[in-house]
Write a protein that binds this ligand. Sequence first.
Ligand SMILES: [Zn+2]
Length: 350
Amino acid sequence: MVVATVILLLACAAVSNCVGPDIYSDSGNPVETCHVNWTYDRTNKTHGSFCWDMFAPTCDGERQSPINIETKKVTFMFFDPKYQRNTNTLTGHIKMAERAPKFMIDKKKSSFILSGIPFHSDKRFRLMQFHMHFHEVNVKGSEHRVDCEGHDGELHFVHEEISSMNDARTSNNNAGTRNANKVVLAIFVTIDEKENKTYPGLGPFFDNLKNAVICGTDKVSGESETFTVGPLEFLTTPGNLYSYEGSLTTPTCNETVTWLVRHTPVTVSRAHFEELLKLKWENTKISVHGNVRPPFPMNDRKVYTNFKVRNEKNNENHNGNNNNENNGPTCTEWYESRVCGTESDDDDDN
Ligand SMILES: [Zn+2]
């Protein structure tokens, strides 16, 4: 408890205002500030990533993200997401927000409109930003897992439904659909130990991290100069995807996201990955890395794929009507044993 308190105090010292008024709101919009009072520290029983529901109840909902994708249980279905776009590249700037480096897209210069989303075929979604989740080297930094295997990091390309600010939230009653007004395309990232190459088009993002100001006491927005990334082939040809209905992976964890998780990772050179590890909150020694939420229970959801999954471990094809009840590892054991709250925890001296 003492350790957790110290960590919370340090986290508070990293920002000028530890009680961000917006973070408790449930508006559906990401809070565009670094001034958040939650943490990824798993031992923190009131604001840590095991216990965000202590202040944001939706974070303990039935449709949370990330998840572990069990390839034995996925369902094959045709879907083919496509972009309508005015350019091949993304122009924008880096901003530190919500404990991640974010590339904010200039919508006038780079218009990427996505359609063809499972259960949302009548909707269009605009690419707004992408950001990265990562951990220190040798600790898995992806949020999603596939058969409990993680990767070094995970990029999230966040799309907002066009006109969702108006009325579209309640109009669609398709199976598996609730208030989805966001699509997040998740791209796994692995460090390329063999050739030390960064995926074509992503290099400028990592090169410019050093120019991104971490938000601190006097620099609220922490923005870099404008620059361009791309072209990114996974945007023009999304390829083999998993899809399911889930949530934001940061508070307030709104269950409004249709996820597309790309099967094939992209690579990053070790030098580029280490640029991420240099990011620290201004005026502190606290690293940004470790911004990884653990996988949540599937509950009654399904994962759909647009490709025939080959379970590499068993070398068998598991698609179709396979209702295999032999449950493999779920990587969600932490969920059952988590302890949250502030009462009667004095016996815990970790
Ligand atoms: Zn994310």
